[in-house]
Design a protein around this ligand. Structure first.
Ligand code: ZN
Length: 275
């Protein structure tokens, strides 16, 4: 096991456990949480069907419209940070599921879209329905040496055992002025800050780290990125205020401003330009 006296991100010694079982080590300086008891990620094809339906009321495939729609927002954010001259070129997605984001990127003019996906059901779905080039392997086995203009990983990195190492490796697969776009769980949100017990209770067993906007920036700068944009991945005022409150619409509006300004969110989207 690695030396946990020092923070893996900022090298601070200000590390403390936040739970009585001493599973969650928190860096008070950069506000990263390290989960010391991470179990091996379990992926099975039922994630996209029965498991997904249990959580969201429909299968992943049936959720196409909603996923396609927020994929378009993500693509706009990528386009915003990408330098004009390399727009619409090669894009790789790590953990591409059924290929809905890649389909949206391809519809928006990205010429060469490809994906890596561990589920054979999802890979086959993406190939068959959208004609996408998908490698059905874990990311650790990906060995193609091509460099990309854009690499995306939506809620993927937190499943890796050594997130800094994997981000560093992924940065090496980007061209100069390429963009790394990803989403991750974040400690700067209402769950971690205002409802810690619930946060611990619902923390997925297969997540190794939870970042803060500050620690993501530090890690990306160390990995060779310059410009970095961070957005709250979702705006959830109902996690702080009761919907039934008379003033809820006003609070909701103010919460949105606060959340965008201070990246106050349980999950964040990150867009970083490689130097
Ligand atoms: Zn730290």
């Amino acid at each position: 096991m690695k030396n946990m006296n020092l923070c893996q991100i900022c090298s601070s010694e200000k590390m403390q456990f936040i739970d009585s079982r001493e599973n969650y080590l928190f860096c008070r300086k950069c506000r990263t949480v390290f989960y010391l008891n991470q179990s091996n990620p379990e992926y099975s094809d039922t994630y996209f069907t029965t498991d997904y339906r249990k959580q969201y009321g429909k299968t992943y495939a049936e959720d196409y419209d909603a996923i396609y729609k927020f994929s378009q927002t993500r693509i706009s954010r990528i386009e915003k940070i990408l330098p004009e001259k390399i727009k619409k070129s090669s894009l790789l997605e790590i953990g591409c599921a059924l290929g809905f984001f890649l389909k949206a990127a391809s519809d928006r003019g990205f010429r060469k879209c490809s994906g890596i996906e561990i589920s054979s059901y999802a890979s086959e779905y993406a190939r068959k329905n959208f004609g996408l080039k998908i490698e059905n392997i874990p990311y650790s086995e990906y060995s193609i040496s091509d460099k990309f203009d854009v690499i995306c990983a939506w809620y993927y990195f937190e499943h890796e055992r050594n997130v800094p190492e994997v981000i560093q490796k992924t940065a090496g697969r980007l061209k100069k002025n390429g963009v790394l776009a990803f989403s991750i769980p974040c400690t700067n949100g209402p769950m971690f800050l205002l409802n810690r017990e619930q946060w611990i209770k619902s923390h997925p067993e297969d997540h190794s780290m939870d970042f803060s906007p500050q620690s993501v920036r530090m890690l990306l700068r160390k990995s060779g990125f310059g410009k970095i944009r961070i957005y709250p991945a979702g705006i959830h005022p109902e996690r702080v205020f009761k919907r039934t409150l008379f003033l809820f619409p006003v609070l909701k509006f103010l919460y949105g401003i606060y959340s965008r300004l201070f990246k106050f969110s349980d999950t964040i989207e990150v867009y970083a330009l490689k130097k």
